[in-house]
Design a protein around this ligand. Structure first.
Ligand code: BG6
Length: 484
């Protein structure tokens, strides 16, 4: 795979570019990962000189807690050019050509509304910029359902080969998500236990304190199911559940993930009520501050869910009978992303009645946010003397990733740094393949259809709570509890 020699950043004045992409490119440069001569061509509709854009970028970077290194900035700003253009037309796209004169293998990063994906790709092709040496990078959402995602994929596929298309799910760029692969496949002792003989159930929680706020025009169309579950949460589920790939080649890993998605049991109308809960936040208090309800942010009544909890089942040999409980919501009491693997209890306790209530089954918890950590709770003898049998205690064996890697260049990387570097190098392992996106939509469409058939409306929950009471009832119905 050849190295890219430039990025063309569409939507360069937008939120994603400011918060994530420009800082990620800067840090890659600081760490020596940008190839010599690599160009950064920023583009958006606004008319602006390169100098003005550089000044904006400098401020964005200087305002970050890491601060600006003058030497790195000098090198970085030299790479930066700005082109004001309407890239949805061939004439607009052609304006990019002079800035790319010395570049044979640029990649195009579309940090723009998905409604522009197709138009920009066609314009790039018409302007002669979409060659077999180029790559295209897209952000989610790829469509709103299977049909629309197929449409976008077909339009892209008419211009680019699949191995030129890099679909981002930024969760795959997170350090701990990749660590999940290392944990499973670089340690001999988990794999033999990683199945329905030993694992009782799996929980995946992605909780956010933020509300939807000004993003409602997008969010109201999508809701938590399509915004979070279809992509980030199903990716996490796939990494937990997939079979060991033969190697880390992009297609080896992605083939295994697709098999998991194909094995997800389709939701029925009955499942809608029994196995899922939709919620929408109402006014409340988050982190000590009053928070509006979704409908007042939205300005009118809405049937969109800002919370979803559901039970997913994977119908294959490894996972038959092991429920996967997925839960995500806005305006939760804390920001937390975690995967919790709950093992089965010991088959028989030799410790007698007194200790029975101390016995808790082992649990492997992979925390992604706010802190990255992996811990395994193990039963241990509580120190000291006791009458009437040994006292047991459950204690975590923790990798404490934060403190372990502190001092080893321990800055917490932005997920996009990894992903941008992979695009430069042409490694698609951490990107979502066409069939993967479409399989995920197929299953999510089934959930949405089941909800519609059952007329399942979102239940209110106060901002700052862990969702509607039905979310607790849901998991209790199957004899489990959320591991908060
Ligand atoms: C985005 C969703 O994909 O992920 C947002 O559109 C969500 O609604 C965000 O807030 C969460 O990302 P992170 O990295 O903060 O967990």
């Amino acid at each position: 795979m050849h190295q890219a020699d430039a990025i063309v950043l569409f939507g360069a004045t937008g939120d994603l570019a400011r918060r994530m992409l420009l800082p990620s490119l800067y840090f890659l440069d600081a760490d020596g990962f940008l190839p010599d001569g690599f160009r950064i061509v920023a583009t958006a509709r606004a008319e602006m000189t390169t100098e003005a854009f550089r000044a904006q970028a400098e401020k964005i970077l200087a305002d970050r807690p890491e601060g600006l290194d003058p030497q790195v900035w000098a090198r970085f700003s030299d790479r930066l050019a700005y082109v004001g253009a309407d890239a949805t037309t061939a004439e607009g796209a052609a304006l990019l050509r002079p800035a790319l004169e010395s570049c044979g293998a640029p990649f195009f990063f579309l940090a723009v509304s998905p409604s522009l994906f197709e138009k920009i790709c066609v314009a790039l092709a018409d302007a002669g910029l979409a060659t077999d040496q180029t790559r295209i990078v897209l952000e989610k959402p790829i469509g709103r359902d299977l049909e629309t995602s197929r449409h976008i994929n077909a339009a892209l596929g008419a211009i680019f080969d699949e191995d030129q298309i890099f679909r981002i799910d930024h969760y795959l760029g997170k350090e701990t998500v990749q660590n999940l692969i290392a944990l499973r496949f670089a340690n001999a002792f988990f794999e033999p236990l990683w199945n329905n003989l030993t694992i009782d159930h799996v929980q995946i929680t992605v909780a956010e304190t933020e509300g939807v706020g000004a993003r409602w025009p997008y969010y109201d169309e999508y809701g938590a199911l399509r915004d979070m579950l279809q992509n980030h949460m199903l990716q996490l589920l796939c990494l937990v559940a997939m079979e060991p790939p033969a190697d880390m080649e992009p297609d080896s890993v992605r083939n295994e993930k697709v098999k998991v998605l194909r094995s997800l049991r389709r939701f029925t109308r009955v499942d809608a009520g029994d196995k899922s809960v939709r919620g929408q936040y109402t006014p409340g208090v988050v982190a000590g501050a009053a928070a509006d309800g979704y409908e007042s942010e939205r300005g009118q009544k809405s049937g969109t869910e800002t919370f979803v909890a559901l039970r997913a089942d994977i119908d294959n040999w490894r996972w038959a009978g092991v429920p996967f409980f997925l839960r995500t919501g806005k305006r939760m009491p804390e920001k937390r992303t975690s995967v919790s693997i709950q093992f089965k209890p010991v088959p028989h306790s030799i410790f007698g009645q007194a200790s029975i209530h101390d016995m808790t089954p082992n649990r492997l918890v992979i925390d992604l946010q706010p802190d990255e950590d992996i811990s395994l709770t193990l039963m241990n003898k509580a120190p000291g003397l006791s009458s009437g049998g040994m006292r047991l205690q459950s204690l975590p064996l923790s990798l404490s990733l934060l403190s372990t890697y502190e001092g080893a260049g321990g800055r917490r990387r932005i997920a996009y740094e990894r992903l941008l570097l992979d695009v430069i190098q042409g490694d698609a392992t951490l990107f979502v393949r066409r069939d993967e996106v479409e399989e995920a939509w197929r299953w999510v469409d089934g959930v949405a259809d089941a909800w519609a058939e059952a007329r399942l409306e979102p239940k209110p929950y106060a901002a700052g709570s862990w969702g509607p009471s039905g979310a607790f009832a849901l998991i209790e119905r199957f004899g489990k509890a959320w591991s908060d």
